[in-house]
Design a protein around this ligand. Structure first.
Ligand code: ADP
Length: 635
């Protein structure tokens, strides 16, 4: 964790452009309107600084490009990170929970008139920076205050490494150096005071940023026009960025600033495809997936078809509880034991619960799990968080609960509100065993005929493959929750499309896939059990227009007024069922040896047909292609 300034760091957030798309031949009659997505959380920058790298890795992966089913998605790119304080790790974000915008009533659009049983669920109890641009970015927070001269002369690669707060803004010559048309800094300052940024040219505003009169991170606020602010920031970072293909116009930034991303310099598109319809608990849904992995959507769609033709998936929500695990320290083990005993008593739990629940209309403290490591005390708060994924909500509640603990035990020291006993965005057995977020199981019985005709394999072969690969193979590899073929693929694509925190795929995609013969061996029973699906339909990236549109598609946009929590639970159920569809299809492809062939067909395909090449056929695979493909997909 860093307090104060962290230097130049690249983080990413996403957003998108709306397109209207017909969604593939089997869905052509549906004419689905999809607003693409791939979301990011403001915490990604903090995570980057604190070396919580998974957000950034995913962000950079997400910044790839395209497979187009007629829909484009955008990520937002930005520069440096400002003050990152205690408690902001792991996506918990700011202390103050962002205000939820007035929600539009969710408008589910079921494809069939089947009962919406899902709704009736009761709520459960770096970019390499040039020295000049790096300096600008590093100087974003407090340019010039010290008047320090060029850190580049120190030989440091980026000013960040020095920990200096205010490097070399005076040396900012390029790329947006004031041109001869710009008035002097002094005059511009006066104009800024008198008229605001409207009275200044872009070059003059940039000049004021370089002079420290406007913090670059506050450009949006001072300029009052997000697109103009971003254009100026891009110019400050580098001429290359300003002229780059990274888009930034025609995007609604109103839900970004102060909520999802800082120091925005653009948006990165990710294509969104749809798989389905998938019948889940009697209702057909179309599943939006943001991905650049060719074949993923098509494969999931095949699994959806097989499941839906066989009557659909049945899901069970076993548990709903987001967790936070603070770390406390007592003078010695005896006092640590006393604290544990008190927290496990009715009186202790009641006192902590009262304080915790006073912080939110929605937060309900379900349990406290206490573990000692010597005199360190870890307390895992498990909490119902309504339709929010819940990290902000639970962090606030934990702080209130910790205050009560410290009043009761004056010798108790809070080491961190997050003591990694949560566990957020890191592999940990505790999530696999106890669950985190929504614990869901999905099941389907796929007719033998469908296994043969749609999946082109047999019940016997699928069962043998599942045991050998997903159970024995994973056991041989020492897997923890990885008893599946590619749950992370399906889950992360839906996470990106619906504004979830994609870094949580670490634990959310833990899954055990089981297959066995049913009905005397004629049919296939498949299930996926996922104990830690962390999702929300309010907060974070879910409020961004395109992401919200994808939630709309699933009939779970925003808060559920009827039963708080029902929308987030519905999303978790759909994700688990979609993961099962992905498992079914990929395992079938593996059983028949189709995996490499289909990936080559869908990943190595020629560009979209144009009049000139519209007769182009699927390219044939060379031996090199085949080897590359096999290596690229570690499935
Ligand atoms: P998170 O806790 O997932 O980080 P946020 O704190 O950003 O989410 O958003 C949750 C906010 O949404 C809270 O302020 C909460 O009061 C509000 N909210 C509105 N409706 C609901 C709901 N149905 N469930 C949960 N939170 C809701």
């Amino acid at each position: 964790m860093l307090d104060g300034v962290a230097g130049p760091v690249i983080a990413v957030i996403s957003g998108l452009y709306p397109f209207t798309a017909g969604a593939g031949s089997s869905l052509a009659q549906l004419r689905v309107r999809i607003l693409p997505v791939a979301s990011w959380h403001s915490s990604a920058a903090a995570a980057a600084v604190s070396m919580e790298s998974s957000s950034i890795v995913i962000a950079l992966l997400s910044a790839g490009v395209v497979l187009s089913l007629g829909v484009n998605v955008y990520l937002v790119l930005f520069g440096s990170v400002v003050s990152v304080g205690e408690g902001e790790e792991e996506g918990s974000g700011a202390e103050t929970a962002p205000k939820i915008k007035p929600e539009r009533a969710p408008k589910p659009r079921p494809l069939t008139k089947l009962p919406r049983r899902l709704d009736s669920v009761p709520s459960a109890a770096v970019l390499p920076l040039t020295p000049a641009s790096a300096a600008v970015v590093a100087g974003l927070e407090t340019p010039m205050a010290t008047g320090l001269k060029t850190p580049t002369t120190t030989g440091l690669k980026t000013p960040m490494a020095t920990g200096l707060k205010t490097p070399m803004a005076t040396d900012l010559k390029a790329p947006m150096a004031p041109d001869s048309e710009c008035r002097s800094v002094e005059v511009c300052r006066v104009v800024l005071e008198a008229e605001g940024a409207q009275g200044l040219s872009d070059g003059e505003v940039a000049q004021l940023v370089a002079a420290g009169a406007i913090p670059a991170y506050a450009l949006e606020k001072r300029v009052g026009d997000a697109v103009r602010a971003i254009r100026i920031r891009r110019g400050l970072v580098s001429a290359e960025l300003a002229a780059s293909a990274l888009p930034f116009e025609h995007y609604d930034y109103s839900g970004v600033h102060g909520q999802c991303c800082e120091n925005v310099v653009g948006v990165v598109p990710i294509p969104v495809g749809v798989a389905g319809p998938l019948v889940v608990d009697g209702e057909a849904v179309l599943v939006p997936m943001a991905t650049t992995e060719g074949a993923l959507v098509a494969s999931t769609a095949r699994g959806c078809k097989a499941i839906s033709m066989s009557g659909g998936a049945t899901t069970v929500l076993m548990k709903d509880g987001m967790t936070r695990g603070p770390c406390l320290q007592m003078p010695g083990v005896a006092r640590a034991g006393a604290l544990k005993a008190w927290l496990e008593s009715d009186a202790g739990l009641a006192a902590v619960r009262a304080a915790f629940e006073a912080t939110s209309r929605f937060a309900k403290l379900r349990s406290l799990k206490v573990a000692l490591a010597g005199r360190l005390v870890f307390v895992r708060f498990t909490t119902f968080t309504g339709d929010a994924m819940g990290m902000n909500m639970i962090s606030k509640g934990c702080e209130a609960g910790l205050a009560v603990i410290c009043r009761e035990f004056a010798d108790c020291e809070v080491i961190a509100v997050s003591g990694n006993y949560c566990t957020d965005k890191k592999p940990a057995a505790i999530n696999w065993i106890e669950g985190r977020g929504k614990s869901v199981a999905a099941e389907a019985v796929v007719a033998g005929d469908v296994v043969r005709r749609v999946l082109r394999t047999s019940v016997e072969d699928l069962c043998r493959l599942n045991i050998s690969k997903n159970l024995v193979g994973s056991a041989m590899a020492g897997a923890m929750g990885g008893f599946n073929a590619h749950a992370a693929n399906t889950l992360t694509a839906i996470y990106l499309a619906t504004g979830q925190d994609p870094a949580q795929n670490v634990e959310a995609s833990t899954c055990i896939t089981l297959m066995e013969p049913a009905n005397g061996g004629r049919d296939l029973r498949i299930s996926c059990t996922m104990p830690s699906i962390e999702v929300g339909t309010v907060g974070g990236g879910t409020a961004l227009g395109p992401q919200a549109a994808c939630l709309d598609l699933l009939g779970c946009r925003g808060p559920s007024r009827a039963a708080p929590g029902a929308h987030a639970q519905r999303l978790a159920r759909i994700i688990c069922a979609a993961v099962m569809a992905g498992e079914l299809s990929l395992c079938s492809a593996l059983a028949t040896g189709d995996l490499v062939r289909s990936h080559i067909a869908l990943n190595r395909a020629a560009p979209p047909p144009t009049p000139a090449n519209s007769l182009a056929s699927t390219p044939s695979a060379s031996a090199v292609d085949v080897r590359r493909e096999a290596a690229a997909h570690g499935k």
